[in-house]
Design a protein around this ligand. Structure first.
Ligand code: SF4
Ligand code: SF4
Length: 165
């Protein structure tokens, strides 16, 4: 019908006049983050990691650096697990490749630094970090929830997690 577009446009405009604003006073107000949000962040579960380096081989940028030490009996201890998040493109291929569900994306996104070398995260930084993303790990929600993270939102202003609304 002629003029229907104008009516729809005016309706949208009027609806926005009566709706509460969407603006958030970030960083004072936390930003709601999807459970599957991929931040510039990783969480690594040391007890599940075998040091197989499948994640490192899957990384297109080659930014994962793993050094293992043989414990005999075909077992390895992970001596070094570094990820250069300054070069990471957050594609998640490493997480998808891990056969032991030991590597997760994290939900942290405020990791910028003015020093290049601060962007290399070490195993101590990501081990049992706790800020898990459910990206590619949806079937593991229960396990992630056991670690008290997946039902929560990371609040950047306090550095704490708050319950998901
Ligand atoms: S998210 Fe992608 S670029 Fe980043 S470490 Fe994993 S595979 Fe490499
Ligand atoms: S995180 Fe996964 S893929 Fe990477 S070394 Fe450990 S077990 Fe292997």
């Amino acid at each position: 019908m002629y003029g229907l577009g104008i009516v729809k446009g005016m309706y949208t405009t009027l609806m926005h006049l009566v709706r509460p604003p969407f603006t958030r006073q970030y960083p004072e107000e936390p930003v709601p983050i999807s459970q599957r949000f991929r931040g510039y962040d990783f969480a690594w579960v040391e007890e599940r990691c075998t040091g197989c380096a499948t994640c490192a081989k899957a990384c297109p940028h080659g930014v994962i650096d793993i050094i293992t030490e043989s414990l005999g009996d075909n077992r390895y201890a992970v001596e070094r697990f570094d990820i250069d998040i300054g070069l990471c493109m957050v594609c998640g291929l490493c997480v998808e490749a891990c056969p032991y569900d030991a590597l997760f994306m994290g939900i942290g996104f405020e990791l910028s630094s003015d020093r290049r070398w601060d962007l290399v995260v070490h195993k101590e930084d990501i081990a049992n970090r706790g800020k898990f993303s459910a990206y590619y790990r949806t079937p593991l929600k229960e396990k992630i929830a056991d670690r008290e993270e997946i039902t929560e939102i990371y609040n950047p202003s306090t550095g704490q997690n708050t319950p998901h609304a």
